[in-house]
Every structure is written in C-alpha cells, then in structure tokens.
Design a protein around this ligand. Structure first.
Ligand SMILES: *Cc1c(COP(=O)(O)O)cnc(C)c1O
Length: 507
C-alpha cells in the first residue's frame, strides 16, 4: 500500500505552520544553552503540512479495528465501550493540567477522587483497602505477590510454592516465577473447575498462596470457592484472586465475601477506559484487613478534612509507580462507576452474562463448548470440528475480520483445543450480537463447503508473520536519504498549509 509511513509524504521545505516575522532580536540557541544541550544535527523528521498529517493519521486510524467502530469480542480483555463522558471528565483542567509536584492543598480534588475511588472499589469487591498505583493487571499481580512475600517474612515463615490452575492467564505463573516462587499447577476437572482432590493433594505448609481467576478463563464460576479459600487458610496460605473477569461479578458477588485475601482489578477492562495497543491501564490491588499495612506507599489519608499522601511504611512493599498511578485512567473509571451508580453497575454485570450466553447457545451446534453449560461473561468454544476441512481457529479469527468483526482470543486457555474465547460485554446490542452469530455460522458453512479463502481478504495487510514480528522486531526504520531534511525548517517556506499569526490563533 502507498504512504504507509509519514516519511514517504515528506517534501523538502514543507511545513505545517509558518510563524510571523520576528519582531524581537533573534537569540541563537548557543547564546543561552550549553553545548551539551544543543544537538549537532537536525532531527530527522518528515516535512509535511498539517493536512498531510491529518490525512495520514486519520487513514491509519481507519485501518485499525476499534471498539468505537467494530464489535470486539476479544475474550478475557473485556473490550467494552468507553463512554465519551469519561473523556470529557478526564480532559477537565482540574485533572488534566495539574502537576504531581504541586502542594497537596492544591491537589485536594484529585486526592478526593483517589479517596472515593478506593472506597467504591472496596464496596464493589468487598475488600478492606486498595492501592491505585499499579499500571496494569500484571503489575497488580506483582504487587500482590510482593505483599504475600512480605506477609510471610513478617511472620518468619518460609514458604516457596504458589499454586496456579492450568487454565490461568500466563501472567500468573510469570509473576510468581519472577518473585522466585516455585509454581505448581492445579488441574481442572471434567467440569472445567478447579479439581478439589488435586488441589488438596498439593496443599502443604510450603504453599504461600493460590492464584485463582474467578470466574475462571473458561468463563465459569468456581462454585466451590468457599471450600477452596477455607482449604488454603487451613494450611496458613493466602488466596490471590486475579480479578480480570470481575465484569461478570459486578453487583452480583464480591470476592471479599468469598474470603479472598488479595485481588487485582483491571480498570481498563471492567470499568471501561480505552485500552488496546498495550495501554494505558490501571491494576488496583485490594486486600483484606489483615494485609492493609503491606500496601504500597504513599496512601491517601484524611485528617481534619484535608487529604494528604501518607508515606509511613513499616510493612509496606514500597512504591510501584512514579507519582500516583495512571491518573487519567483512574478518572475515567471513577466517572464510569459514578455514572452507572449501584443499579447500573449491577445491570452491566447481568447484561454481560446474558449476552455471552445468547451467543453461546446460538453457536454451540457448530462450535462446541467443551466446558460448562451456562457461562458467565464469556465462553470458550472450539473450532476443532472444522479441522477436517482444513480450517483452524486461527483461520476463523482471520476470516471474521473480513466480515467486519474483531477476532476472539484464540488458543487460550490452553486446555481447550482450537480455542475461540468469546466475550461480547454488555455494551453490544442484540443486532450486533446477531450479526456476529451470522458471520460465525457463515464461516463454518464456508469451511464445510470447501470454500474457505485465505483470510483476511479485505484488510490493508493479509496474513502476517506474528512470530517473526515478535522475535525480530525492527524498530529502527530510517527514511530514504532523499526525503531527509538537511537543515531545520526556517519560516514561511514553500506550500505551507496554514499561516498562524497572533490574530488567527484560536487554540
Ligand atoms: C488481562 C488479564 C491479565 C493481565 O492484565 P493486564 O492489565 O493486561 O496486565 C491477567 N489475567 C487475566 C485473566 C487477564 O484477562
């Protein structure tokens, strides 16, 4: 395709803005900056007009799937619509223009938001206290594991094993291993839930914690959760809940009531806020009362009506984030929760469940679901039956793009062959669910008739080598020498697209 890179649009001397003629004495950088601060060469930036930039990035954005444009049933990721009011609030000067080094008395508004958000999350999940610092679920897991380490160090107990079910997300064992724990896998039973007999056989005084996702990654609620937490507590171990699937529980059940000791939330999943392309996110960690002292510092506290950051840290695991977390994400999640209110939050959870079960029932005759009859907010179907026609889960996923849908998560969890993990979220209408179902059925029919094309057919790029992109990333593309600027642009050159002077400055 043409013009894939903005450098390819570069024309020597073209500028986006032209400044008015200088009416004050010109000062050269070297007169006010030391040599070390002045670059020897002009940066190799493309020379383009504002309109070139707008066209280029608008086109690129249209090459992308996004929740705002297409149904995005990417299981486990909870790609729900991010209401635009979130953006409006996050862009308010009082949030967007503050600096974390301002004195605390100037920051009472954002401190109040931290304070209230911690309480809202505690209420929704039944945990005693929260830290909002972690930047993502995975970092929340790390915080949780560090809390577990500190807890046992304080008790002078040496425990080195973390139990993790075989359906877990890869970040769970990765986090445990990163903190030098030995990871022992717990098997799932024929019903897709934790196999209690297997769990019991692996419990002993060396177990520090179980990391459990509930509902699990098959979209099934661990109905023996109270027995599970009791068994762990009986050997003095803790229960860490991966709360990435909290959307299913919203207003219906609370991990705190299940005797969970620590959990993380993914605000960018359960509580809207845009995510994709790797960020930004927030992974607050909630703890039961007996672990509150271990939370990262600083913590927001209130004294005589004034909010402040408290750095006291006898048992704290320390700091996880420069300043106070991904504040923009926190503002969006807070706005989302306050807009929905109690009944809205409850309805979001219930509707997510109904939507997932609706799709499941309509698809399971062609895409069987090996585990579970009723699912929670997502389900894992198998494309195994299409293999005889030479079509895999990957092929189905790629073909969906041609039909205007983002692909479900594929090949995860590992315990389902040719897995397609489908999560519609509550924000889709019945019409979009039906259109998705029709596309899935059409793809199966196409496969059976031997007519499945090499998909995708209608995308800007066809099948890409995903492994090579990850193994040999090339991040150092350089523009062809001919399009490089030779000196920094001066003023009013060539075809500038817009003239900016003091009278036309509108922003
Ligand atoms: C998304 C997810 C994670 C990791 O969360 P990030 O915010 O992407 O770091 C962990 N566990 C499960 C089950 C998830 O779906």
């Amino acid at each position: 395709m043409k013009d894939r890179l903005i450098y390819e649009r570069s024309v020597k001397g073209r500028v986006g803005y032209a400044w008015p003629t200088l009416d004050v004495p010109r000062i050269e950088p070297k007169e006010i900056l030391s040599k070390t601060h002045i670059r020897a060469e002009a940066p190799k930036l493309p020379e383009v007009s504002e309109f070139d930039v707008v066209r280029h990035f608008t086109r690129l954005s249209q090459d992308n799937f996004s929740v705002d444009t297409n149904f995005y049933p990417l299981g486990s990721c909870t790609m729900k619509y991010n209401p635009k009011v979130n953006e409006k609030v996050a862009a308010m000067d009082g949030f967007a223009q503050i600096h974390p080094l301002q004195p605390e008395q100037h920051l009472q508004g954002i401190l109040q938001l931290h304070w209230e958000l911690e309480q809202l999350l505690s209420e929704i999940t039944g945990m005693a206290a929260y830290t909002l610092q972690p930047s993502a679920g995975a970092q929340g897991e790390l915080a949780g594991i560090k809390i577990i380490l500190s807890y046992f160090q304080c008790k002078n107990e040496k425990r080195s094993t973390i139990l993790i079910p075989d359906s877990a997300h890869g970040t769970n064992p990765a986090t445990a291993a990163l903190s030098q724990f030995k990871v022992v896998e717990v098997k799932s039973g024929a019903d897709g839930l934790v196999d209690l007999a297997d769990l019991k056989s692996k419990l002993n005084e060396d177990v520090a914690a179980l990391m459990l996702t509930n509902p699990n990654t098959l979209g099934l609620f661990e109905k023996d959760i109270l027995t599970i937490t009791k068994l762990l507590h009986e050997v003095g171990a803790l229960v860490y809940m991966d709360g990435a699937n909290m959307n299913a529980l919203l207003g219906n059940a609370r991990p705190g009531d299940m005797q969970v000791d620590i959990m993380h939330l993914n605000l960018h999943k359960t509580f809207s806020t845009p995510h994709g392309g790797g960020g930004p996110g927030a992974g607050p960690v909630g703890v039961a009362k007996h672990l509150e002292d271990f939370l990262p510092v600083p913590r927001v506290r209130k004294k005589d009506g004034q909010l402040f950051w408290d750095y006291r840290a006898e048992h704290s695991i320390g700091r996880l984030h420069g300043f106070y977390g991904n504040v923009g994400v926190l503002v969006r999640a807070y706005t989302y929760i306050r807009f929905l209110g109690n009944t809205g939050i409850m309805r979001a959870g219930k509707t997510a469940l109904i939507n997932a079960n609706y799709i499941k029932k309509k698809l399971e005759h062609l895409y069987p679901v090996p585990y579970g009859d009723l699912c929670m907010h997502e389900f894992v179907a198998s494309a195994k039956s299409l293999k005889q026609y030479g079509v895999t889960a990957q092929d189905v996923a790629k073909r969906l793009l041609d039909f205007g849908f983002y692909a479900p998560t594929v090949y995860f969890p590992l315990i389902v062959e040719e897995a397609l993990m489908i999560e519609p979220t509550e924000t889709e209408s019945k019409e979009s669910l039906d259109a998705f179902i029709d596309a899935m059925l059409a793809i199966a029919e196409e496969a059976k008739a031997g007519l499945a094309p090499e998909a995708p057919q209608n995308m800007p790029v066809q099948r890409v080598d995903e492994v090579r992109a990850a193994r040999e990333p090339n991040l150092r593309w350089l523009p062809p020498a001919s399009s490089l600027p030779t000196e920094p642009p001066t003023q009013a050159l060539g075809q500038s697209s817009m003239r900016m002077d003091s009278s036309s400055q509108t922003f």
